[in-house]
Design a protein around this ligand. Structure first.
Ligand SMILES: C[S@@+](CC[C@H](N)C(=O)[O-])C[C@H]1O[C@@H](n2cnc3c(N)ncnc32)[C@H](O)[C@@H]1O
Length: 314
């Protein structure tokens, strides 16, 4: 498995989270002067409770160094819920009515950074090597080619995949295909469903793609682009926690993109995830992981074919 970079530690991985500084004493004095209540304090007990809950529900590992970040991100949430302390917030999460709030908590804690054609080499490999191979092997198979963006965030990865598929089918004998976009974050999936992106975030490898697959927004959507319905209809959006007991997807996926999410999991969870994803791949199907991730040191039955791309043997 040469040419494959090693996985970052979760600590390093979370470094690109935007840490929010803890409020300074001067700020607290100013707050008192303005009769604004001080930021609630997150005790070690409450932090442990929150970190355990986040891990149990998502396998995202929050180390002790993440405490300032968690405090910053949740302080605003507490304010908007009218809750004065973290103890009270933990009580809400434990209560029967706390189920929805657990989703909001994970939303606030998770890192959703993504972009169109991120780690562009993967899309080249898909277009030049993987799709021609899959197309040749398909023969008269009528089953739509299945592609899964398994931690899709706001959808840029799933639509980049859809663009590659649509472009391939413009120039080669066409076949039917669908992309499944899934994530644990409902908030991100809502954005994915809408398919509307700020113009300066839509950076594509070729200018022609913008015209072909995006509509320019006008009126209150000025400065945005929307994915054209012809492309959007190929992308099916599902809420999936990668650790839920079963996945509501066709069992034979030809291509799985599961990128830049394993870095947030501990080694046992990564191993479990790779076993599950391997089981979801069709024979000859490909798993793409992030460039900063690799399966080095893990037990698996896949063949390393390109950097951070693995094939399930037939
Ligand atoms: C950094 S983004 C990666 C987006 C995209 N794959 C990319 O590489 O650009 C990580 C995503 O993983 C999602 N995520 C974290 N834990 C998850 C879990 N247990 N199940 C499903 N998605 C999860 C987060 O909500 C977030 O949207």
């Amino acid at each position: 498995m040469t040419g494959i970079s090693t996985i970052h530690s979760p600590e390093r991985a979370t470094n690109h989270l935007q840490a929010m500084p803890a409020p300074s004493p001067a700020l607290n004095v100013a707050r008192q002067a303005m009769l604004i209540p001080p930021e609630p304090t997150l005790t070690p007990q409450s932090y442990t409770f929150l970190a355990n809950l986040v891990y149990e529900r998502s396998r995202i590992r929050l180390g002790p160094d993440r405490q300032p970040l968690v405090t910053g991100r949740l302080a605003q949430r507490l304010r908007s819920l009218g809750i004065g302390s973290f103890e009270e917030y933990c009580g809400l999460l434990e209560s029967p009515s706390g189920i929805e709030e657990i989703g909001a908590l994970i939303d606030l804690i998770s890192t959703n950074h993504t972009q169109f054609f991120r780690e562009a080499a993967h899309y080249e490999i898909l277009a030049r090597h993987v799709l021609p191979g899959l197309a040749k092997r398909r023969g008269r198979d009528w089953r739509p080619l299945q592609i899964w963006s398994a931690a899709a965030s706001s959808g840029e990865e799933a639509y980049s995949l859809a663009i590659v598929l649509a472009e391939y089918c413009r120039t080669q004998p066409a076949f039917s295909w669908q992309v499944h976009a899934s994530d644990i974050s409902q908030r991100m999936l809502d954005r994915c469903r809408a398919g509307i992106y700020e113009a300066d975030k839509v950076k594509l490898p070729d200018d022609g793609l913008l015209h072909r697959y995006f509509q320019r927004g006008f009126g209150h959507r000025e400065g945005c682009y929307r994915i054209k319905p012809e492309l959007r209809q190929h992308v099916l959006v599902e809420h999936i926690n990668l650790f839920q007991p079963t996945y509501p997807l066709p069992g034979e996926q030809d291509v799985i993109f599961c990128r830049n999410v394993m870095i947030y999991f501990d080694p046992e969870s990564r191993q479990e995830l790779i076993d599950r994803l391997t089981g979801m791949l069709a024979p000859g199907g490909c798993l793409f992981v992030g460039h900063a991730e690799s399966l080095l040191g893990m037990r698996h039955k896949l063949r390393a074919a390109w950097p951070s791309v693995y094939v399930r043997p037939e």
